[in-house]
Design a protein around this ligand. Structure first.
Ligand SMILES: [Zn+2]
Length: 416
């Protein structure tokens, strides 16, 4: 197991990363670095694109202050564990690492810094995903993505001019990974009311802060793009901070991410053309439709035992044990199901009212995504519909989080 090479730690013990934001934030990088990292030898990690977008600019501001070694990873970088290990090895002579990039570069550098036990910071080049401030890194190993424990950056620098110049597709993906707040919160709140699992209301209050501006900006022809990008970027940073504060990805990843992960687990090599947030935009819409449908119904829980062989048959033998163990943590016995079902007529009207208050209407979510040019249907994104149906039907078996996917599997209604 890879995780054994790096001990799992409680993410909530990490300090919140410092945010350096603004229209000309890059110009302050020398001062920021001197104040917060004091690195004399710096390893700057980028790829060809992010070097052009910001790396060269950053280096020019820093080269009188410290020795910078640039490690450019070329033109088509995969976030592989092996590459992160290589970067960690080449950071041997450095005091700190500086990632210049977005998802892949940030994940690689974050994990390399953790392996090398050195601080790192990131200069963001796109508002495209919420992993900038998160403690964990998402890397490929054994053919699929895994979340590896690492540490958040010391600071995140987001220059609005750089973020606005990034390809619009990256921003669209960021919007998908942000607006899924509605389905994430509904899943966590459902589980909280049925089973008493934690529900971090104050973190979600923060995550909803930028939503009005994002929805309004998404649905208007004429809007202030710099303001929209700045709101989106802050919303993404908030989500990363929320994950670190909560100690897991739960406040940013529930049923919609489980569908996406199931697709990646089963058909990952066919999905390389899609960015994470593009996939989440699609799966969040599926979850939203289903959640609203269930709210109007009278769900009944039932115990659903699955054998190790079932997991092997559905997901492959190499994943069976880990998935079965995760599922066992939320397994509901027939007695527990009976107990909750007996209470359901009394508690469900209140639960559905509380949930409805924090959920976006599906058509609000859909219109915001469509108006921003985000693909909202699996077949339009090149995902085979049979495969998508498989993922929605069995995604509940892939994590210990109880979500609306479990209600779907219990027979409330087939969700796609
Ligand atoms: Zn995500």
């Amino acid at each position: 197991m890879v995780s054994a090479t790096f001990p799992v730690e409680n993410m909530s013990t990490h300090p919140t990363p410092i945010r350096i934001l603004g229209t000309n934030a890059t110009a302050s990088i020398a001062e920021v670095l001197a104040t917060h990292m004091n690195a004399k030898q710096l390893l700057l990690v980028c790829d060809d694109t992010t070097w052009e977008a910001a790396g060269a600019h950053v280096e020019s501001f820093l080269n009188s202050q410290c020795n910078i070694r640039v490690q450019s990873l070329g033109s088509s970088v995969r976030p592989s564990l092996a590459l992160a290990q290589e970067i960690a090895a080449s950071a041997a002579g450095a005091d700190a690492l500086l990632a210049v990039g977005s998802g892949t570069i940030n994940d690689l550098t974050k994990y390399a810094a953790a392996l090398a036990d050195k601080p790192y910071a990131v200069v963001a080049t796109a508002a495209t995903m919420n992993g900038y401030t998160a403690a964990n890194a998402s890397l490929e190993h054994d053919g699929h993505k895994q979340s590896m424990p690492a540490r958040p950056p010391v600071f995140v620098l987001g220059d609005t001019a750089t973020l606005s110049a990034a390809p619009k597709r990256l921003m669209r993906a960021g919007l998908g990974d942000t607006l899924c707040r509605t389905t994430v919160e509904a899943d966590m709140l459902l589980s909280h009311h049925l089973f008493g699992t934690p529900y971090p209301r104050e973190l979600f209050d923060v995550l909803r802060r930028h939503e009005t501006a994002l929805l309004a900006g998404s649905m208007t022809e004429r809007y202030d793009e710099a303001l929209f990008i700045a709101s989106l970027f802050e919303a993404l940073l908030d989500a990363g901070d929320a994950m670190t504060a909560f100690g897991s990805s739960a406040p940013a990843s529930q049923g919609e991410h489980m569908i996406a992960h199931t697709l990646e687990l089963k058909y990952g090599s066919e999905l390389h053309h899609l960015m994470h947030g593009e996939l989440i935009a699609i799966t969040a819409l599926t979850m939203s439709q289903f959640q609203h449908r269930v709210l109007l119904s009278a769900p009944t829980l039932r115990s659903m035992p699955y054998s190790l062989e079932d997991f092997g048959r559905l997901f492959g033998k190499s994943h069976a044990e880990a998935l079965a163990n995760a599922y066992a943590k939320k397994f509901i016995t027939p007695e527990q199901a009976d107990e909750i079902n007996a209470k359901m007529p009394a508690i469900w009207p209140e639960i559905s009212q509380v949930l409805a208050a924090i959920m976006l209407p599906t058509n609000t979510l859909e219109r915001a995504l469509i108006h921003s040019g985000v693909t909202t249907k699996p077949d339009q994104a090149g995902i085979d519909l049979e495969r998508y149906r498989f993922a929605t039907s069995y995604a509940h078996l892939t994590r210990d989080r109880f979500t609306f996917l479990d209600l779907a599997a219990m027979g409330v209604k087939r969700i796609h």
